[in-house]
Design a protein around this ligand. Structure first.
Ligand SMILES: [Zn+2]
Length: 313
């Protein structure tokens, strides 16, 4: 009885946060040197580095050769990230889709090695591989062949637990600024945060169902103008929602990230892959039925595009 009372008192005295989710930041397609309005690539990188420095958040960057990782300028930007304490990992040289019939396992593996060679000697290099398009192979032979390749090399998979479509917003934002360099960017920021929140809630719930527990998340964003402008707002937004930013190494150390899901075609966000592997069905449909608020469906690319059209973005 006494023990019971003490628990009750403790429960009353210590208000538990409604959400205790942990999330780590990953940025794909780095360094992404394509010409950009408003902030050129070096300025985007400086802005992202500064936003993370003042907020004390460590990111992991997934690098491609074709996105400028193979140029002196790109390497010097990546070096700055490594020297600032962030992590650099491989996203392949050419950003090929392993689910395509014309991409062979042999050619893909060679391209992955070529990608790693670009960053292996940079500070912050870490052995973890993220599949372009989150696609892990359209045949059993390719999927398991590449799993064996990773395992033999001691590379972890750079799984994503919260997928997003930040690149769609970035595309519209850049088109707008090319037409109208002085345009107000705040509506893009507002919709971006709504989109991320819809994605976070959706994938958090799906992960809980797929794993039967809470897992630390890995959020997928891209090295783009959008994040050059708004990455600090993203960090602040999740903190205001009660989420905690964690070191990517902490998130990836969770056993959930050691999974090599046997879904086919392989890949996708972690909850989707594990649900497909274990034959759990119906999450997406049930979630859509339960969450009918105006912004709840903004995790979907189609809904996001419709909203951008409605808003003239
Ligand atoms: Zn990518």
């Amino acid at each position: 009885m006494l023990r019971h009372l003490r628990h009750l008192l403790l429960a009353l005295c210590l208000p538990l946060p409604l959400s205790a989710q942990k999330v780590a930041l990953s940025l794909d397609d780095a360094p992404f040197l394509k010409p950009s309005p408003r902030l050129a690539a070096p300025a985007q990188h400086r802005a992202m580095l500064e936003a993370l420095k003042v907020r004390k958040v460590r990111a992991i960057l997934f690098v491609n050769g074709v996105n400028g990782g193979d140029t002196p300028e790109g390497r010097s930007l990546l070096r700055a990230w490594g020297e600032a304490g962030h992590l650099l990992a491989n996203h392949s040289y050419s950003h090929w889709d392993l689910n395509r019939d014309d991409v062979s396992l042999e050619a893909y593996e060679a391209d992955v090695l070529k990608g790693e060679a670009l960053i292996r000697d940079l500070p912050g290099f870490t052995k973890r591989y993220r599949y372009p398009f989150l696609r892990a192979g359209n045949t059993l032979a390719k999927r398991d062949g590449f799993y064996a390749f990773l395992a033999a090399r001691g590379d972890g998979i750079g799984h994503v637990s919260i997928d997003t479509a930040d690149y769609l917003l970035d595309e519209r934002l850049r088109q707008r600024l090319e037409r109208e360099p002085g345009a107000d960017v705040s509506p893009y920021r507002e919709l971006y945060l709504k989109h991320l929140w819809a994605c976070a809630r959706f994938y958090d719930a799906w992960s809980r169902e797929a794993f039967g527990r809470e897992i630390p998340h890995v959020l997928l964003l891209h090295s783009r103008l959008l994040n050059g402008l708004f990455l600090g707002d993203v960090v602040d937004f999740f903190r205001a929602k009660g989420w905690t930013w964690v070191d990517p190494r902490t998130a990836f150390a969770d056993p959930a990230y050691a999974r090599m899901p046997k879904n086919l075609p392989g890949g996708e966000a972690l909850a989707e892959a594990v649900a497909a592997e274990t034959g759990q069905q119906g999450f997406v449909k049930a979630w859509r039925a339960r969450n009918t608020g105006p912004d709840d469906q903004l995790f979907s690319e189609r809904r996001l595009a419709e909203r951008m059209d409605q808003l003239g973005l």
